[in-house]
Ligand binder design. Structure first.
Ligand code: HEM
Length: 178
């Protein structure tokens, strides 16, 4: 089974948890307030920033946290405990970050239907993705498909992805923001 299929299958449950814990249902039912929206952004900022910092010890990654930072009215930063142990765990974390853009493109479509969010300036994170943003997922998939991995490396990749989903879930459920 190829690495992308394994990643998808073995993180499926955690993805469902992230969806359920993210607070995003109020975007889909259009009832969200600006304060609730800012809290979602702040949680996302903390999780992306922490993950991207850990990945960047191994290789560069184009930051999504900086887009979220632009959308925050009063950004705060928090130091979260998170460690990736090797390059392959970092690849697993990258899978989560790149894949998350598929979900955020889908969420972005609903923002304009949320009446309480009508007065927001143009958003950088939940926004209609441009070509460069759309291409990130196919570029990442190709990069993974073009490599072969040993059993140990595969285990590390999947562990890195699961750790990252756990981080997002912890941030979303502990409400790191006030
Ligand atoms: C909170 C609401 C979210 C919703 C509604 C959502 C929804 C989705 C949807 C519909 C897809 C599939 C898109 C496609 O195949 O074209 C997807 C893929 C993905 N999402 Fe989410 N997502 C959410 C949050 C997240 C978050 C916060 C993360 C990361 C922590 C994440 C990680 C991923 C990954 C890794 C994939 C790729 C799965 C694969 O094909 O291997 N998602 N998401």
């Amino acid at each position: 089974m190829d690495i992308l299929t394994q990643l998808k299958e073995q993180t499926k449950q955690k993805h469902l948890e992230v969806e359920a814990n993210s607070g995003i249902s109020k975007i889909f039912d259009h009832s969200i307030t600006v304060k609730e929206y800012q809290d979602i952004l702040q949680n996302n900022y903390n999780a992306y920033y922490t993950t991207e910092s850990a990945i960047s010890s191994y290789f560069p990654i184009e930051s999504i946290a900086t887009w979220i930072f632009n959308d925050l009215e009063k950004p705060t930063s928090s130091n979260l405990e998170f460690r990736l142990d090797n390059n392959h765990q970092a690849l697993g974390a990258q899978y989560v970050i790149e894949g998350s853009l598929l979900g955020s493109a889908y969420i972005a479509k609903e923002i304009s239907n949320c009446h309480n969010l009508n007065s927001l300036k143009p958003q950088s994170f939940y926004t209609r993705p441009d070509k460069a943003r759309i291409n990130r997922w196919s570029t990442f998939k190709k990069q993974m498909q073009d490599q072969s991995f040993t059993k140990q490396q595969t285990e590390d990749i999947i562990a890195g992805a699961n750790k990252t989903f756990d981080l997002f879930n912890t941030v979303f459920t502990n409400k790191v923001v006030d």
